[in-house]
Ligand binder design. Structure first.
Ligand SMILES: [Zn+2]
Length: 159
């Protein structure tokens, strides 16, 4: 079961780095009073962004099997892309799937996602750059316009 990464949106499986039991209590009612409820934390690493994910799950030996386990994400909270238009979300997911496989495929996927954004927003223009430029001032007024981006300069007086 793929639970994905809440940091970068990577949709694949995370690498399990270990788990620890942090609580164990007997079930305090008949006829299950010979069983115990165990609570675990599990730590995983994203193969894409390498950031950690902490989840918790409950286990009752003798009562549950692995298909009964439900993971509760503690950190980070799950990404919610529900607000994305479906066409943009589809291209985003496709780009994230190939990010680790081949950077050039990821670049193409990112471009397709940007094209989907422009199409969704009704951007007009002869190419992607002109479509983004036409939409940027109204949607992102704090961003630099063309020609305003400059490389940082070295402070004077330092060698
Ligand atoms: Zn990640």
């Amino acid at each position: 079961m793929s639970r994905g990464c809440g940091h970068c949106g990577f949709p694949g499986d995370l690498e399990n780095k270990g788990q620890v039991e942090y609580d164990r209590r007997p079930i305090d009612s008949e006829p299950l009073d010979d069983l115990e409820v165990q609570r675990f934390w599990t730590l995983s690493r994203c193969p894409n962004c390498e950031l950690p994910t902490l989840e918790a799950f409950t286990w009752v030996d003798g009562l549950m099997d692995s298909s009964d386990v439900e993971f509760e994400r503690i950190f980070p909270t799950a990404m919610n892309n529900d607000a994305l238009p479906s066409s943009v979300h589809k291209q985003y997911e496709a780009a994230m799937k190939v990010k680790l496989i081949e950077p050039s495929f990821y670049a193409v996927g990112t471009r397709r996602m940007l094209e989907a954004v422009c199409q969704d927003q009704g951007a007009t223009g002869s190419n992607l750059v002109s479509q983004v430029e036409a939409h940027r001032p109204a949607r992102y007024p704090g961003h630099a316009r063309e020609g305003e981006l400059r490389c940082p300069t070295r402070p004077s007086g330092r060698s």
